[in-house]
Write a protein that binds this ligand. Structure first.
Ligand code: HEM
Length: 491
């Protein structure tokens, strides 16, 4: 690009951002916040370590509801259990829109379940939940798939023969295969090129999106589109995944029997055929590709990352690991795999898994929401179309909700009689209308994977437990644990 085009581009950006900034003033009573600069918004106040830390710091100064400008984009930030719950649960409908997330939006263009809005989102969500249920989500039939996949994972772990290994790839491959079997109809062999490609793309993208590059892209997408950097790989990876899904959809089309759907793709294709005469139908080819992509992305990295956090925590606190193993031995024994029915009899293990999810806080800033109409909220009015960031991190670390929020403490989920105790501030899957669609599946996976691994193995760190660092490597879209290796020894 020559100098003149660059100057025109920058001028255009300035005009757009100035108009966005100043047309927003005076529209209702916006929550307070730091004064924004043209184009940059509040970037100067957002420079410490990462976005999560900066936004949390600002909430200390401006309160649990404040306005901030991410570049030219106005965003209302909510923190603390009470405020986040009032928005997502008590005013669920108003806060149910999906906020702008350029790093996803540039790929999905608002299509697919996770990044669509309005009627299309409602229709897609209802349909997807129904189909996932039909294929067993939250029921026994999916438990069997998880158990089967879990036993393949145990086999892989056994083959490490007590030698050190990095768990990232091994876990993602196994977890991804569960949602793959629902979407594509069958699991992949662990060395199948399609599975390996999906994992590579998803791992890479989750990492980039959790890095400062991913965050900067979300603030200045038009500018970063012109700059080199790892963020460019995100779109190549997305395109690669889309092509892989499209290939599978073509294969499904060739062998489709509408009377006997094999998987999610068959069900979607059948619905597309039923509605093909309706020009306003939400069931289009691109929507199928994007929804499938969202399910794969949502269903792979989140669970794998949570299990990696759990590994680190259990190695740092060997007494917790031993107590979970004692409960497994007492309730399940060693001769059969754990099943979901065991969970009610395993309050300590249940509490540990909840505490891992609270403490690890895998999606610390949630996905952005948007208010779908002018919304009175805590004495302010948030104008229709304003993006809202709900800091789930401040819910999980709310000292009014958890006795020792900065510590890993399973007692947060146990009552005085050591029975399992729920907490309303447990929100790793968010809350309200946009609540994670895969929550029942994810909870089953976490329970069965962690209990069957600990039934068979003890996890050993390569460093002293006290030297294990539980602080995340980076916090963007996800809170990623620091890379580590471990050994698993047969019990
Ligand atoms: C430990 C595992 C998981 C965590 C921590 C997690 C967390 C989340 C969070 C925080 C959201 C955003 C909710 C909001 O906007 O308020 C979300 C949305 C979503 N998740 Fe999950 N998730 C997990 C597993 C899964 C699985 C296994 C699937 C696939 C079946 C999945 C599919 C989705 C989808 C499709 C959405 C978008 C929902 C919508 O916009 O209506 N997630 N998840």
């Amino acid at each position: 690009m020559d100098g003149v085009s660059t100057a025109i581009l920058l001028l255009l950006l300035a005009v757009i951002s100035l108009s966005l900034t100043f047309t927003s003033w005076g529209k209702g009573q916006l929550p307070p916040g730091p004064k924004p600069l043209p184009i940059l918004g509040n970037l100067l106040q957002l420079r410490s370590q990462d976005l999560l830390t900066s936004l949390t710091k600002l909430s200390k100064k401006y309160g649990s509801v404040y306005t901030v400008y991410l570049g030219p984009r106005r965003v209302v930030v909510l923190s603390g259990y009470q405020t986040v719950k009032e928005a997502l649960v008590d005013k669920g409908e108003e806060f149910s829109g999906r906020g702008s997330y350029p790093v996803f939006f540039n790929f999905t263009k608002g299509d697919g379940i996770a990044f669509s809005d309005g009627e299309r989102w409602k229709v897609l969500r209802r349909f997807s939940v129904q189909i996932l249920r039909n294929f067993g989500m939250g029921k026994r039939s999916i438990e069997e798939r998880i158990l089967e996949e879990g036993s393949f994972l145990l086999e892989v772990l056994r083959k490490t023969e007590g030698k050190p290994f990095d768990p990232v790839f091994i876990l993602s491959r196994s977890v991804s295969n569960i949602i793959c079997s629902v979407i594509f109809g069958s699991r992949f062999d662990y060395d199948d090129e399609r599975l390996l490609t999906i994992i590579r793309f998803i791992n890479d993208n989750f990492q980039i999106m959790s890095s400062p590059w991913g965050e900067m892209y979300n603030i200045f997408p038009s500018l970063l589109d012109w700059l080199p950097g790892p963020h460019r790989r995100v779109f190549r990876n997305f395109a690669g995944m889309k092509e892989l899904i499209a290939r599978s959809v073509r294969e499904h089309q060739d062998s489709l029997d509408p009377n006997s759907p094999r998987d999610f793709i068959d069900c979607f294709l059948t619905k597309m055929a039923q509605e093909k005469k309706d020009p306003l139908s939400h069931f289009q080819m691109n929507t199928l590709l994007m929804t499938t992509h969202n399910l794969l992305f949502g269903g792979t990295e989140t669970v794998g990352t949570t299990i990696r956090h759990a590994f680190l925590i259990l190695m740092k606190y060997p007494k917790v690991q031993a107590r979970v193993q004692e409960e497994i031995d007492r309730v399940v024994g060693r001769s059969r795999m754990p099943s979901l029915e065991d969970r009610v009899n395993m309050p300590y293990t249940d509490a540990v898994i909840h505490e891992v999810q609270r403490f690890a806080d895998v999606i610390p800033m949630n996905l952005p929401h948007r208010v779908i109409r002018d919304t009175p909220f805590r004495g302010f009015v948030i104008p229709k179309g304003t993006d809202v960031i709900t800091l789930l991190n401040t819910v999980h670390y709310d000292s009014e909700q958890f006795k020792t929020p900065r510590e890993f403490n399973p007692e947060h989920f146990l009552d005085d009689n050591q029975a399992f105790k729920k907490s309303p501030a447990f929100m790793p899957f968010s809350a309200g209308r946009r609540l994670c669609l895969g929550e029942p599946l994810a909870r089953m996976e976490l329970f069965i994977y962690l209990t069957s691994i600990l039934q068979n193995f003890t996890l050993h760190p390569l460093v002293e437990p006290e030297d294990i660092d539980l602080t995340p490597l980076s916090s963007g879209l996800g809170n990623l644990p620091r890379p580590f290796q471990l050994c698993v020894r047969v019990r």
